[in-house]
Ligand binder design. Structure first.
Ligand code: 1CP
Length: 364
């Protein structure tokens, strides 16, 4: 495969057999087309719970591992080798583009992202300059390498959503209540809008780099946006989310929009323009269908904590998710949030197999 083919947005150009990728169950389900079985992948499937991940990460700080194409390729491939997943997710972090434009931050083990100088005023915005592909050459190189290795398995690129990025930048790190973030959103709407515009620009640019290098789909993780009431989402977040999805649309890849605790926001998150709305475990998928406008596929939504219960319970709950997912125009099976770090990898392996077996008996 040539580099040009890898960079093309025509999926059929990317596999030696000329069509395997376009016919992948994951991409078909994103497009609400019939599938031979319900596709499955797991948010945060790379890293965290895998012993082979912990081995290759030994002594390598998180942000350094995200800047090394050899490690990115290896870690992205690890869950694909282990589980019968229908898609790979690029190994990176939502903070990588911020670091790449010069935000002084670290990802501390056991804590998460920590920002040296939180953004609290207009002068703080200056650090958020536009991202160019030259800022993240390791992303381009790793995506190109992965597309070659993955063959007919699609690669999902991702970026953080503007609210979630804003929260880390304003709070200075992980936050339970997002109080400073909301204080700016409610109290300084012009400053908030300028910050959100710059973050949306970064998200768009980071997704474009991944798609240009060959990613077949993208997911926007606005993980913490469920902290916002619907009316505030509509006024203060939706315009920015809408711009992200509108600017990615011409690239021709499916776009997934995910957040946690977003039951009250599912309709608005659909309105933001993604092809697929991610649903956490709090809202059953058949109920989510009625909250999201027609013309969307759904992704989700087994509670990641279920994987700590006996297999019989996992199986019963997974079959229930599949049955409810059949009421959607397209369904991609996933957890309701990321794989929890102490999850037994064998449970995920059995779950991926079950999803395939149970859904091919009764295809969507
Ligand atoms: O499958 C994968 O793990 C792929 C890579 C991936 C993804 C998709 C990582 C690696 N991070 C992310 C996205 C990400 N990062 C999100 C959105 C997904 C989600 O909601 O879970 C968020 C909120 C972050 C921020 C972040 N980075 C946190 C959360 C902290 C908090 O606010 O509670 C943490 C702990 C990190 C560090 C991180 N990112 C990724 C890994 C493997 C790690 C652990 C760091 C380490 O191993 O040292």
């Amino acid at each position: 495969m040539t580099a040009d083919a890898a960079r093309s947005n025509d999926p059929s150009a990317r596999t030696p057999d000329g069509g395997g990728l376009a016919e992948s169950p994951f991409l078909l389900a994103c497009r609400r087309r019939p599938v031979p079985h319900t596709p499955v992948w797991f948010m945060r499937q790379a890293g965290r719970s895998l012993p082979e991940y912990l081995r290759v990460r030994e002594g390598v700080p998180m942000l350094e591992s995200c800047a090394r194409p050899d490690l990115i390729v290896e870690i992205t491939m690890q869950p694909v080798r282990r589980y019968a997943v229908d898609a790979a997710i690029f190994f990176s972090d939502i903070m990588v583009p911020l670091r790449a434009v010069g935000v002084d931050l670290d990802i501390k083990p056991g804590v998460g992202p920590v920002i040296a100088d939180p953004i609290r005023d207009a002068a703080g915005l200056d650090v958020l300059r536009p991202l160019s592909p030259d800022d993240v050459p390791y992303v381009t190189e790793a995506v190109e390498g992965l597309v070659g290795e993955l063959g007919a398995t699609p690669l999902i690129g991702f970026a953080g959503g503007p609210f979630t990025l804003a929260s880390y930048l304003i709070e200075g790190g992980p936050s339970k209540n997002h109080e400073r973030t909301k204080a700016m959103m409610y109290g300084e709407p012009e400053l908030w809008a300028r910050l959100m515009e710059r973050l949306a620009d970064l998200t768009i640019a980071f997704l474009k780099v991944q798609v240009a290098a060959g990613a077949s789909a993208v997911q926007v993780f606005d993980s913490w946006v469920g902290a916002v009431a619907a009316q505030d989402y509509r006024e203060s977040v939706l315009p920015h989310a809408r711009r992200v999805f509108a600017e990615i649309e011409p690239l021709g890849v499916p776009r997934i929009h995910f957040g946690v605790g977003t039951g009250e926001l599912l309709g608005l998150m659909g309105e933001a323009g993604a092809d697929v709305v991610g649903v956490d475990w709090r809202v059953p998928l058949d109920e989510a269908v009625s909250r999201v406008e027609p013309g969307k596929a759904l992704q989700g939504n087994l509670d990641p904590a279920i994987l700590f219960a006996p297999w019989e319970t996992v199986e019963r709950r997974a079959r229930d998710v599949l049955a409810r997912g059949r009421t959607a125009e397209g369904h991609i099976f996933n957890l309701g949030h990321g794989v929890l770090p102490s999850t037994d990898p064998d449970m995920l392996a059995r779950l991926a197999d079950l999803v395939h077996e149970a859904s091919s008996e009764d295809p969507h």
